[in-house]
Design a protein around this ligand. Structure first.
Ligand SMILES: NC(=O)C1=CN([C@@H]2O[C@H](COP(=O)(O)OP(=O)(O)OC[C@H]3O[C@@H](n4cnc5c(N)ncnc54)[C@H](OP(=O)(O)O)[C@@H]3O)[C@@H](O)[C@H]2O)C=CC1
Ligand SMILES: N[C@@H](CC(=O)OP(=O)(O)O)C(=O)O
Length: 372
């Protein structure tokens, strides 16, 4: 296995930027001494992206098992010159698996995660099922790899949770600043893409856009409201007492766990916007210590997996399209918060591909750590 330093993931868009990605990439692909890998939910938006990311990163595997529901069993899937048949997920699916990448929703993870662990597999779970479970590491490899350092392939089954996509994207940008000046309070507003609600929601956005442009009524199926040419409060369950939805509370709780910082103050408002697959987030930060714009930009530029687009002269800042299909999270609008008299406040605008760094890429990076 050869470890490479990937310095090529820079965005060459007009204006100022730019940071270097320094994420270790494992080179190999199909190889006799690689782990046996299973993908649960392979026919979904994230499942398909797992295949893309495994290929892009030449992730080593000796065997690949593609799993989905009975609806998809028998489907053929080409991958790296081989034709695989999608199999129905059952209790016997994990007998010969070392790493299982789960992305079929929380109820499937709850039912089959323990089955996989019992059979000795390490589950990297994309759902929210185990994120807040004590003893289950919740990991962003650039932020807290130490949380999973005791888990390795060949040393028994375990579950590692992949954080919520909005949380991953926010913390990729905020962690280098937190390390510099300690975040006291974070206020996040999200603009979340269709992909966060799966392949069917992406199709709903395409179909409604066509229908509305053709003068036909939009037909809501996945979301309760018209999605094309509209936006609305995130579709996750609402705590009616508190007035926060589940997505907002994930940002609060998961950040505290990932940073091992239970007292950090966080508030969030999550909104679904008609964008295909990259989330955007506006973030206001209050720090314990002084932090300048220049120091913040320097810390962001040095952080692996972050690119900067921060060109005030040309009003050029990150957009969801900049981030779409990209590994890196893009950060801009870095400015001192003028509502404060001190130098302890900053604003940022962040964009990250929800399916990639927000889901499949982060999970595959976790799997790479299992091999080191
Ligand atoms: N940040 C993160 O970590 C993110 C996590 N996710 C998680 O990943 C899950 C999937 O997301 P996404 O790919 O967008 O969703 P999709 O709706 O696009 O895909 C769902 C996948 O789950 C499979 N599935 C559904 N029911 C079963 C079943 N009974 N047995 C086996 N497989 C089943 C589907 O298979 P079939 O085609 O056969 O129905 C399909 O492959 C989400 O529910 C969420 O939990 C998603 C996005 C981000
Ligand atoms: N956060 C996704 C939904 C999702 O899959 O979240 P989670 O992985 O926390 O269940 C969205 O954009 O809506």
């Amino acid at each position: 296995m050869q470890l490479l330093n990937n310095r090529s993931a820079q965005l060459r868009a007009p204006g100022k930027r730019v940071s270097r990605a320094r994420v270790a990439v494992v080179r190999a692909a199909k190889t006799a001494d690689g782990p046996r890998v299973a993908i649960v939910g392979v026919t979904g938006a994230v499942g398909q992206e797992f295949l893309t990311v495994l290929k892009e990163r030449n992730f080593p595997y000796s065997d690949l098992k593609l799993l989905a529901s009975a609806r998809s069993a028998g489907q053929k899937q080409e991958f790296e010159g081989h034709t695989y048949t999608v199999q129905e997920l059952t209790e016997n699916s994990f007998k010969d698996v070392d790493i299982a990448l789960f992305s079929a929703g929380g109820s499937i993870s709850k039912k089959f995660g323990p089955v996989a662990v019992k059979d000795g597999a390490i589950v990297v779970d994309n759902s929210s099922a185990y994120r807040m479970t004590e003893g289950v590491p919740l990991v962003i490899p650039e932020v807290n790899p130490e949380a999973m350092s005791h888990i390795k392939v060949g040393k028994g089954g375990a579950i590692i949770a992949n954080p919520n996509c909005s949380t991953i994207i926010a913390l990729m940008a905020v962690t280098p600043l937190h390390r510099l000046a300690t975040v006291k309070r974070m206020c996040v507003s999200t603009y979340q893409a269709a992909s966060g609600a799966g392949a069917a929601a992406m199709e709903e956005l395409r179909q409604q856009t066509r229908d509305v442009l053709d003068g036909k009524p939009a037909q809501p199926k996945i979301f309760p409201l018209q999605y094309a040419f509209n936006l609305f409060s995130h579709n996750s369950g609402m705590d009616v007492e508190l007035g926060y939805n589940e997505e907002e509370m994930k940002l609060v709780k998961e950040t505290r766990k990932i940073w091992s910082f239970p007292s950090v103050r966080i508030t969030a408002t999550c909104v679904r916007v008609p964008v295909m697959r990259a989330h955007a987030e506006s973030i206001n930060l209050e720090f314990e210590n002084d932090i300048s714009e220049a120091a913040a930009l320097e810390a962001l530029a040095a952080f692996p997996g972050v690119s900067i687009i921060n060109d005030r002269q040309n009003n050029r800042f990150p957009t969801p399209l900049d981030a779409t299909t990209k590994d890196n999270v893009f950060v801009g609008r870095v400015r001192r918060d003028i509502s404060r008299d001190d130098n302890k406040g900053l604003d940022l605008f962040v964009c990250g591909d929800q399916i990639k760094k927000g889901a499949a890429l982060n999970a595959v990076q976790i799997a790479e750590l299992l091999l080191k």
